[in-house]
Design a protein around this ligand. Sequence first.
Ligand SMILES: [Zn+2]
Ligand SMILES: [Zn+2]
Length: 222
Amino acid sequence: MGAHRSQALLTELPPDQAARLSEQYWSAGRDYMSIARAFRVRGDLFFTKLLLPMPASGACVLCGGNLVYTCRSGRRKNDGVCLACKHHHNSGQCHCTQCDAARAEAKHLREEQISMQEAAEETRRAALRQEWVEKYGTVEHVTWALAQLSPAQRLYLSNAIRAFNEPGNVIYWEQIARDYGQPEWRCPGWVRLLESYHLFYVIEGIWGYNPALDGIDIRRRR
Ligand SMILES: [Zn+2]
Ligand SMILES: [Zn+2]
């Protein structure tokens, strides 16, 4: 039934009628749908096709074009719209080509800044890591450190390294113990011990293990 009715409604008006419809809209507070009904036109085309915009004073700040109001609420907010480039002069979020481009550019700059910051932070962390590895990342050091550990601690260390190497790399110390039947309550002490022996490092909150441990049979008794 809706489709039936909309076919009967007009999609355009002769100029004199369009002028009368516009006059009725701009001169009073009458609801636009009731004007549309009176002129037997389609309500969904009222603002886009049927209503004549009202000239506004001033010129477009972007292109110098003439300004109009396209609806009463726009006129109330003094939101002049440029006929040439469609820029809205007083709406929170104008979507004309230039404003969209400016927003996209600003977003791009912000993202670039963030990724540069992240890269700088990563470079600094890598330098700290490198410094640490130069100090402690030797086979001599890890061989000495491993000799200080109990078999249970070595087992925990070897399982932790496996966890470090898993994709995703989120370390849950207690989970590592649980997975291999070791007592969870020992984890905090073990982790502190392994860090103090420089088998683990923590650089700016990011944990890792001593790379000299790669290729060493950690669980072998020495
Ligand atoms: Zn303009
Ligand atoms: Zn704009």
